[in-house]
Ligand binder design. Sequence first.
Ligand SMILES: [Zn+2]
Length: 133
Amino acid sequence: MKNKSLISEAKKLANKKELTSDVTVGHVGCALETKSGKIYSGLSVGTSANLGFCAEICAMAQMIKEGETEILEIIATEPDGKLITPCGRCREFMFQINRNNLKTKILLSDNKYITLEELLPHRWQDYWSKNRS
Ligand SMILES: [Zn+2]
């Protein structure tokens, strides 16, 4: 794993800047490593009336643009360097783009990881399938 370079990439983008009176970017920075070993990164975009998106979505969009969907490790940080886990929407998105992402490692603190499966243990798709068959 390249967690030191992921942390430094994420920290570079966690740099809060006001773009307009409605838009602030960089509340969160994110970096992820894919199965191919490439690193993608992104930053959060916060807007009035909730038109923005998470840093994780920004990084995953970069990855998807390159034809990749499988994430080995993902890291997100706030401007003060505090690590944070993906929000519920990002957890669901990671799962939907590639079921193998249940094994994705998410850094909680120095050398302490949690998997997406641990963060998303009772997936609605499991119940949906059972109820429809
Ligand atoms: Zn999110």
